[in-house]
Ligand binder design. Structure first.
Ligand code: NAD
Length: 458
């Protein structure tokens, strides 16, 4: 594997530090110019991006556009439209005891950012994070995943063509490069990947007290209640689970269906799968492949327990796993231990919603949470559970609204991004009090004369 040398890392970091120190990245006009440049480059390279995603993951151009390219373009437009407003200092209320001082928050760039992305949405995840770094006025070193090498190379070329390396640079590599990068002092790190590597990142960041945003994974539950619209739920579940062949951080990991509707639901999900991918999904140009043999073998290992309701066909030489539903799943099965990250849907059932809630709550807090059923009950279930985000009667769509903070909680992540949250992730919110000198009340000074009065107004 191609790794970046320590020298190259140190040199890039040094020139980025010097460039950041010039203050040139701070003016809003500069940031807007860079966002527009990135947008232009993405539009010009759209066909190449789609071809690279096909090569690395066999994503159809339609899926590549909907789940990667359009999301970044939408995020760029949102930032271009709002950045002026976001960067303006905001007045804050000043309490009585501080009058006649005034208070405001000013937004300053954190400095040089490190952005590390995984392979499953290799374009969207690296570029969307970069949008935040540009908006925040930071310099950035980006490290794409080596497991999606074609798109990683293309992004490197696009960035090198449009930005000086003292401002933004892509460095290629795997674990070795990451380890070297993480030894350095950055001003902020945005990491997207597994919870396991997230811990490594946070440990390394702690050494320098570097702030981190950790966008991690986990087992996101999907509850389907007896009150749900089963036809709609089945269609949305088939779609949400199988986009990118289930290799989606917010994919519904497992299903919790009310026992009274479980059989009907599974039959309908199977029908929807066939409608989308045909009788033989291996022949569909819309059905992506598993990223590599290691991942394929791991997924094969999850097919051994429970009853295969639908699918179950695998072809390692083609990295293919058919859309699979596994029924009669028990909590202690291997498939219920870690994030699945593939096109396999295990199904558990419940008689009383308390059983589903108790199970969800005894496990790690998930990145997403999905509930199909009547709104009133949905509200009650939300109030008794926790997750990074989620949808009621839908799947995945919360990620598409840049007015919503996106991220995990607990084991599924730390910090949020998208929209204004992305700008804030790369920004120091500096609280400033300005005090006039024409008056200088004595209350705060030693020996605290008028202490009795001071206590009353504080
Ligand atoms: P990963 O954690 O294995 O790798 C992520 C990045 O870390 C890659 O760039 C990789 O090269 C690097 N890396 C791997 N091992 C490392 C180590 N020991 N030390 C330092 N760096 C290391 O994740 P992945 O397999 O690429 O992606 C899948 C995971 O990412 C899933 O858990 C998924 O849920 C999560 N994910 C989360 C989001 C989100 O937005 N929250 C989005 C996509 C994927």
């Amino acid at each position: 594997m191609l790794e970046t040398s320590k020298n190259s890392i140190l040199k890039t970091l040094e020139i980025q530090r010097s460039f950041f120190a010039t203050g040139d990245t701070k003016p809003v006009s500069f940031r807007l110019q860079q966002l527009k440049k990135l947008k232009k480059s993405i539009k010009e390279n759209q066909t190449k991006i789609e071809a690279a995603l096909w090569k690395d993951l066999r994503k159809s151009p339609e899926e590549a556009y909907l789940t990667e390219i359009s999301i970044v373009l939408g995020e760029l437009d949102h930032h271009i439209l709002n950045l002026k407003q976001w960067t303006k200092p905001k007045r804050a209320t000043t309490p009585l005891f501080l009058r006649p001082s005034s208070s405001k928050v000013i937004y300053e760039p954190l400095g040089v950012a490190l952005i590390i992305a995984p392979w499953n949405y290799p374009f969207q995840l690296l570029m969307n994070s970069l949008v935040g770094a540009i908006s925040g006025g930071c310099c950035s070193i980006l490290k794409p995943s080596p497991d999606a090498p074609t798109i990683a190379k293309l992004m490197e070329e696009m960035i090198a063509e449009n930005f000086d390396e003292n401002y933004i640079r892509i460095l290629q590599g795997g674990r070795e490069t990451n380890t070297l990068l993480l030894e350095q002092k950055f001003d902020v790190i945005l990491f997207t990947g597994s919870s396991k590597v997230g811990k490594i990142v946070m440990r390394a960041a702690a050494e320098h007290l570097t702030p981190v945003v950790l966008e991690l994974g986990g087992k996101s539950p999907c509850i389907v209640d007896a009150t749900a619209n089963i036809d709609v739920a089945a269609r949305r579940i088939a779609w949400g689970k199988l986009i990118n062949a289930g290799q989606t951080c917010i994919a519904p990991d497992y299903l919790f269906a009310h026992a009274s509707i479980k059989d009907e639901l599974l039959t309908k999900i199977a029908l929807e799968i066939e409608k989308m991918y045909g009788k033989n999904s291996q022949e569909s140009r819309f059905y992506p492949r598993i990223v590599n043999t290691r991942s394929h073998q791991r997924l094969q290992g999850l097919l051994k327990e429970g009853t295969i309701h639908t699918g179950g066909i695998v072809d390692e030489s083609d990295l293919f796993i058919a859309p699979t539903i596994i029924d009669n799943v028990q909590e202690d099965f291997l498939i219920m231990q870690d994030e699945i990250f593939g096109p396999i849907l295990p199904v558990l059932s419940y008689q009383n919603i308390d059983e589903a809630i108790a199970y969800i709550n005894k496990n790690e807090k998930p990145l997403a949470f999905y509930y199909f059923g009547k709104n009133k009950q949905a509200k009650a279930v939300l109030a008794r559970t926790s997750s990074g985000g989620g949808c009621i009667n839908d799947l995945l769509m919360h990620i598409t609204n840049h007015n919503l903070p996106f991220g995990g909680v607990g084991n599924s992540g730390l910090g949020k991004y998208h929209g204004r949250e992305s700008f804030l992730a790369f920004t120091n919110q500096r609280g400033i009090v300005s005090t006039p000198t024409w008056i200088d009340l004595r209350f705060k000074y030693v020996p605290f004369k008028f202490f009795k009065w001071t206590k009353r107004i504080m």
